[in-house]
Design a protein around this ligand. Structure first.
Ligand SMILES: [Zn+2]
Length: 57
């Protein structure tokens, strides 16, 4: 996939080629949980919904 921008802080995050829609990544810069979404055939990052994906950190 290459790099996608964090919507919160604007950092460019390296996303693996095999990343799937709905996968969660943490931004290295601001620590926000980001979910891969697809919009009009383009992948993008959006802030993940809080609550259901709480890993206790
Ligand atoms: Zn960020």
């Amino acid at each position: 996939l290459g790099k996608l921008d964090c919507p919160i802080c604007g950092a460019a995050l390296e996303i693996p080629e095999d990343a799937l829609i709905g996968e969660i990544f943490s931004c290295d810069e601001c620590g926000t949980s980001l979910e891969i979404k697809e919009d009009s055939g383009k992948k993008l990052l959006a802030e993940a919904a809080h609550g259901s994906e709480d890993w206790g950190e």
